[in-house]
Design a protein around this ligand. Structure first.
Ligand code: SF4
Length: 420
């Protein structure tokens, strides 16, 4: 979502203020740091980066801080780093062009409604377009700062989403990446209360767009993975067969304390159903180890889920206390050495699953959409089920979807030869 927000800001600053992007920080008239606050480390890094940019920037260059850390620290950023010119929160990026004009601007209203704002157009990739389908989150997971930085969940009207995708397809996009904190909760709340839809209906509407070949989305919530949605995921040929199913923890007591709204049994049932309905599907997940109070025995349930589902990809982290969250003040915060040990156990188990999964692609043929060239003459892209695939080739392949025979399997990527 931050990548898409950055594209929106580049577009707005280009259209309304005539800024262009540069690769050299020393040439910049404006430096914008778009921040994340999901974990503690990037927040700490913000202030060291700001000091660094302030030393190196050219005279008179402005500095702005945007994104989720801007939302939650607001004016305190300017108090701590007075050379910062403006602060714009994740839900206020439509105001970036005005903010840049007035030193000291702080725009951090987390309930600002940007669902019908028509952003200027800029995309880093001409083959894949990322499109927001909702803003904010209506959940209240006790470890998560997002509802405090991106506000309540509101869906973007379907006609705006369709128009945006159609425009990108006309400009060469073959794939759309639908974005939202809980994409499959789409349609529960629009600014115009008369609007109604569901994520399944949205997927059906989008797949009717001529020239669009692939649909991806992130993140769905396990709670909203009803059978109707899974059926659409399995049967719609334009929907790529990769799905993120964020587990967080495997134990029911921990899940309840996290306020995730589902149980281990429900989670396992959804994953089993996905594997049965969709051959070659790849399932990724998020795991937080050492949530406050998680015992060694409770952690075994997380390992049990990893063993049973054998995820293709895991984003795993040690629990990190975040401000404005109930878990920050929960008793029994877990010692770092225990958290590190649990994290390592997840990582080691997952590595063996990754190897097992990747080896089965050897000798098979996959459809790959090529996206980028490497300086070493390799070009890479992604299969429908989101394996990263490298071949030796030229820029003629960029943006094309072609058959590739897999000749080598590494833990996180594949190598192959173009066969068509
Ligand atoms: S669903 Fe939970 S983890 Fe995801 S953004 Fe919302 S509060 Fe955060």
């Amino acid at each position: 979502m931050n990548v898409r927000d950055t594209e929106h800001m580049i577009a707005e600053l280009g259209k309304h203020q005539s800024y262009e992007t540069t690769q050299n920080m020393e040439d910049a008239d404006l430096i914008v740091i778009n921040t994340c606050s999901v974990r503690e480390k990037p927040v700490a890094k913000l202030f060291s980066e700001l000091g660094n940019y302030n030393k190196k920037k050219k005279d008179g260059a402005k500095i702005g801080v945007t994104g989720c850390t801007a939302s939650h620290l607001g004016g305190d950023i300017i108090k701590r780093a007075p050379y910062v010119d403006f602060v714009v929160g994740a839900r206020n990026i439509s105001k970036i062009s005005q903010a840049v004009e007035k030193k000291g601007t702080v725009e951090i209203d987390i309930n600002n409604d940007e669902t019908t704002y028509e952003f200027a157009d800029f995309r880093q990739s001409s083959y894949r377009c990322s499109v927001n389908i909702s803003l904010g989150c209506d959940k209240s997971c006790t470890f998560c700062i997002v509802p405090a930085t991106r506000g309540d969940e509101i869906s973007i009207p379907t006609e705006i989403i369709i128009k945006e995708i159609e425009k990108s397809v006309k400009n060469g996009a073959k794939e759309v990446f639908l974005l939202g904190q809980n994409v499959n909760n789409y349609g529960k709340n629009f600014s115009d209360k008369r609007d109604k839809s569901t994520f399944t209906k949205l997927l059906q509407d989008i797949s009717k767009i001529d020239g669009l070949e692939r649909i991806r989305f992130t993140s769905p919530h396990p709670l909203h993975m009803d059978d109707e949605f899974l059926q659409e995921f399995a049967s719609n040929p334009k929907i790529c067969k990769q799905i993120h199913v964020p587990l967080q923890a495997g134990n029911d007591k921990v899940l309840k304390e996290m306020r995730r709204g589902y149980t281990k049994k429900w989670f396992l049932n959804r994953c089993e159903k996905i594997r049965n309905m969709v051959p070659n599907v790849r399932i990724s997940t998020d795991i937080i180890v050492a949530f406050p109070g998680e015992t060694d025995e409770e952690f075994r349930d997380t390992i049990d889920v990893v063993e049973k589902v054998k995820f293709e990809s895991i984003f795993n982290f040690k629990y990190s206390p975040r401000p404005h969250t109930p878990a920050e003040n929960m008793p029994n915060q877990i010692e770092d050495k225990v958290a590190t040990k649990r994290l390592q156990e997840v990582i080691d188990l997952h590595k063996s699953h990754q190897d097992e999964h990747m080896e089965k692609y050897l000798g098979t043929t996959m459809k790959v959409m090529f996206e980028d060239l490497k300086p070493n003459g390799e070009i890479f892209g992604f299969s429908d089920n989101y394996c990263q695939v490298f071949v030796t080739g030229s820029e003629e392949l960029l943006g094309k979807i072609v058959d590739v025979k897999i000749t080598k399997a590494n833990r996180t990527s594949l190598k192959g030869e173009v066969v068509s």
